[in-house]
Design a protein. Structure first.
Length: 127
């Protein structure tokens, strides 16, 4: 039976994660990736720094939602989630640490970063 069926043993749904805050993608095909996200996906450039370009969707309220960075390999450089509260951030950090017991986040980087647009909200960065 699917995990959300009648035999589900979860006590309640988890609503700690509000949404993905932003994502950094590493790419060995920087120009091709940039063209894809701008020309095909319709994102707009909101800045550049070093070997990275910052992109956002038409209704993003943050400066960017995607950071593309030129790299020798592809991967995720950084990922951030917005949580409902600082307590929600801590719950997800503990849950993730249990789930990834053989792995660790670089520098223990579970962070709380209050949003300027939404006082009292929290964010999480990993990577």
């Amino acid at each position: 039976m699917p995990p959300d069926g009648p035999d589900d043993t979860r006590e309640e749904s988890i609503y700690d994660i509000a949404h993905l805050g932003h994502l950094e993608l590493l790419t060995p095909k920087f120009d091709e990736s940039r063209r894809f996200f701008v020309d095909v996906m319709g994102m707009t450039e909101s800045g550049q720094a070093g070997s990275s370009v910052f992109l956002r969707g038409w209704d993003d309220y943050e400066r960017y939602s995607l950071k593309l960075t030129a790299s020798n390999t592809s991967g995720i450089g950084h990922m951030a989630f917005r949580t409902r509260s600082p307590q929600a951030l801590q719950r997800r950090a503990r849950a993730s640490s249990r789930y990834h017991s053989r792995r660790s986040w670089p520098d223990g980087r579970w962070k709380r970063k209050p949003s300027e647009e939404s006082p009292g909200s929290a964010g999480q960065g990993a990577g």
